[in-house]
Design a protein around this ligand. Structure first.
Ligand code: TXA
Ligand code: MG
Length: 349
């Protein structure tokens, strides 16, 4: 299949291209599109055959449910059993934006889209291209992140091309994703609501709107013995090809420890990488040293992390050491993804 790649920056005012993308979805095809979090791999959420195609193009297990993207509040009622008060409040506060809500699904949503579940994940993205594309596509676009299964989510169109060229009909190139990490997921089918995946809409923000909101126990640990409630969170995700280890501790001890490990890596002729901050990156003698930005800037780390993980792959890095980014708010989302990328390999120094 020839994948048509369309740059939206100059052309998104041209409704004809968005209409063409929408037509592909209506006809059962697949289009990758930008959102403010990461690029999505879109298909018609109400068409079971489209959802099957998404799983196939991604190489993703079909028990891993998809997020249904909508462009206005009116669309919500058709795909859920009812719209609880909690959902109205969160939509009012955070939609359009990087928040996904889990609700009881209506009969219009096929089980192929929800991975066999009776619940559905719904999100209204804020990206302008995404919104007009969803409308052109008929209002309901099922979309996981537009990466091949096991790769980091793509934050720009060229990474989508790397993973999906030839496997889908079209890629809409809207430039770099402004946030760079996937949406917060909150399960509203339980009381109190539970955060299944941390993101830019933080626990504190959700609690301001709803009162008590819990966190899934598996978000930051691998050893709790619990299965994660978002099926996708159980797979080893976002994994770079090289071995990734997180080093946690006082700043100087971390620098010293990583320095030692890098020297050992060099002796063993391994290609090495480091994930550090502006303050520390020059201290490391790695083949591919990378900074996520200032230590205090969690948003920059969120935006840069997946690009850095992909760069290690492109450079053939075999051994990667990362500083730890513990903290509140967006740091938690960064740490959650980093821990998953590392398969929870953490060394405390
Ligand atoms: O920011 C995002 O959310 C991006 C953009 C494209 O919108 N999408 C995204 O989709 O990250 P994906 O498929 O990579 O991640 C969706 C996550 C998976 O972990 C999946 O298991 C979970 O959402 N999920 C979807 N439906 C669910 C449901 N009914 N119950 C629990 N978890 C669900
Ligand atoms: Mg994903």
């Amino acid at each position: 299949m020839d994948t048509k790649i369309i740059r939206m920056e100059e052309q998104h005012k041209d409704g004809a291209l968005i209409r063409e993308a929408g037509e592909i979805i209506r006809a059962g095809g697949l289009v990758a599109f930008p959102t403010e979090t990461v690029y999505g791999l879109g298909g018609d959420a109400l068409n079971p055959a489209s959802s099957r195609k998404i799983y196939e193009a991604k190489g993703r297990p079909s028990d891993n449910p998809l997020i249904v993207h909508i462009a206005d509040m009116e669309s919500l009622a058709a795909i859920v059993k009812s719209v609880p008060e909690t959902a109205k409040k969160l939509a009012e506060a955070f939609w359009p934006g990087p928040l996904t809500m889990i609700l009881e699904k209506s009969d219009r949503v096929p089980r192929e889209t929800t991975g066999g579940l009776d619940t559905v994940a719904v999100r209204m993205p804020s990206d302008a291209v995404a919104l007009s594309f969803i409308r052109a596509a008929g209002g309901y676009v099922a979309a996981p992140s537009a990466n091949r299964s096991g790769r980091p989510s793509p934050t720009c169109a060229s990474y989508v091309v790397q993973d999906l060229d030839g496997r889908i009909e079209m890629i809409l190139d809207g430039g770099d994703a402004t946030l760079g990490l996937e949406s917060t997921i909150v399960d509203l089918t339980v009381e109190p609501p539970v955060i299944l995946r941390p993101g830019f809409i933080t626990g504190e923000m959700l609690r301001c709107t709803l009162g008590q909101v819990d966190e899934d126990e598996t978000l930051f640990s691998s050893g709790s013995g619990q299965a994660p409630k978002a099926p996708g969170m159980k797979y080893r995700h976002y994994a770079p090809k090289g071995e990734l280890v997180i080093v946690r501790g006082a700043a100087e001890a971390v620098t010293a420890y990583i320095g030692g490990r890098l020297a050992e890596g060099r002796r063993n002729r391994k290609k090495t990488g480091v994930i550090a901050t502006d303050e520390t990156v020059d201290k490391y003698k790695a083949d591919v040293p990378r900074s996520v930005g200032k230590r205090t800037d969690a948003a920059a780390a969120a935006k840069g992390l997946y690009r850095i993980l992909r760069e290690f792959d492109d450079e053939g890095v075999e051994l990667i050491y990362s500083e730890s980014f513990d903290g509140e708010g967006v740091s938690q989302a960064v740490m959650n993804r980093l821990l998953k990328a590392a398969g929870h390999k953490v060394i405390n120094v």
